[in-house]
Design a protein around this ligand. Structure first.
Ligand SMILES: Cc1cc2nc3c(=O)[nH]c(=O)nc-3n(C[C@H](O)[C@H](O)[C@H](O)COP(=O)(O)OP(=O)(O)OC[C@H]3O[C@@H](n4cnc5c(N)ncnc54)[C@H](O)[C@@H]3O)c2cc1C
Length: 317
């Protein structure tokens, strides 16, 4: 899965102790299906407020809590997990980062049905899950730093993945335009051309970004790529539905499925339109990405935050 190879693997390589990193990375990413246990019912955009607890017990940690929106948890063999190890510290400081075995008896995965009708993601309940300390990444209390590495890799992967010209969604709508001339209208032609140019500009910018990153860890630039990716995908799939006319509006299949991978481009226009709504939420909402761009790239004044120095246990919830 993308979680395993594109954003968990670089995190494992960077934060597992050098003597263990390649072995840990091999051990987990060999079982390719991984998932990401970050978001919680009370902690999404403000991930650092998360409440899942990990309590040390000898050479192990015991984890209790609830995660939500966990993509592909139903097929995942393992997970990357952020949990609170010290509630007496401010929210960013009391977190630690683990690799969790999804076959542990304390892991309960339940489907969450999406706007598409399918259940690609899940809620995950963790009750007394035991994680060996050797599966901790980074120092105890360093979880926020480790999670930031994962999120930056995730945003680059989502927004700036390698693609051929006319790959993916722009390819699907362009193919329909070419193959079904009876659907064409002059207004849609103009919009299609603009989106084609935007898609090509994003593809080439992504190529440049990936080359720039090849030498090091990604910075906040991936947020800009991911923001553009989401905006563009929603515009393309809106055009796609309009192009298909009545056919685009009829949503034929509402079967509750549990997909095993994310294959969007081969689906029909109605599915693509609904699924892409999630693009501006998953991996960080577009509002949060704009905040990151304003703060870290444009160096504008930071958003006022009154809770960063208060012990997490004293924050109002
Ligand atoms: C398809 C999909 C797959 C996902 N997969 C995973 C996964 O595998 N693992 C995982 O851990 N999570 C996953 N998520 C969860 C995702 O990361 C969160 O939904 C996201 O971070 C937003 O959190 P939230 O849903 O709690 O919304 P909230 O944080 O409650 O935000 C609600 C609204 O308020 C806005 N908002 C919040 N704070 C600010 C602010 N400071 N400034 C401006 N606006 C703000 C947000 O932009 C949003 O519009 C997935 C989500 C989707 C849609």
């Amino acid at each position: 899965s993308a979680t395993a190879t594109a954003w968990a693997a670089p995190t494992i390589l960077r934060f597992a102790p050098t003597s263990r990193s390649s072995a840990t990375c091999r051990r987990w990413t060999r079982r390719r299906s991984g998932c990401q246990l970050f978001s919680e019912p009370g902690a999404g955009s403000d991930l650092a407020t998360l409440a899942t607890r990990a309590v040390r017990d000898g050479d192990e940690w015991i984890v209790d809590g609830q995660k939500v929106w966990t993509t592909m948890a139903h097929v995942a063999r393992w997970a990357i997990l952020v949990a609170r190890t010290d509630p007496s510290l401010p929210k960013h400081q009391g977190l630690s980062y683990f690799v969790c075995d999804m076959t542990d008896p304390g892991v309960d995965v339940r489907p969450l049905r999406q706007i598409t009708g399918e259940a690609e993601f899940n809620e995950v309940f963790l009750s007394g899950v035991r994680i060996p300390d050797t599966d901790r990444l980074g120092a105890v209390g360093e979880g926020w730093k480790v999670a930031t590495t994962t999120l930056m890799n995730e945003r680059v992967t989502i927004g700036a993945h390698a693609a051929e010209r006319e790959d993916g969604l722009i390819g699907a709508v362009t193919k329909t335009w070419r193959e079904r001339p009876e659907l064409r209208t002059p207004g849609l032609h103009d919009r299609l051309l603009r989106l084609w140019v935007d898609a090509e500009a994003l593809r080439l910018t992504a190529e440049r970004l990936r080359q720039g990153l090849a030498a090091g860890q990604p910075g906040p630039e991936g947020s800009a790529a991911k923001l553009t990716f989401a905006t563009l995908n929603q515009a393309i799939t809106g055009l796609d539905v309009e192009l298909h006319g009545e056919e685009g509006l009829s949503y034929k299949d509402w079967t509750m499925r549990r997909p095993k991978d994310a294959d969007w481009a081969s689906r029909d226009a109605g599915f693509r339109y609904l699924r892409m709504k999630g693009n501006s939420i998953e991996g960080g909402t577009s509002e949060i990405l704009r905040n990151i761009i304003a703060d870290r790239i444009m160096q504008l004044p930071k958003e006022p935050r009154g809770d960063v120095d208060i012990p997490w246990k004293d924050l109002p919830r």
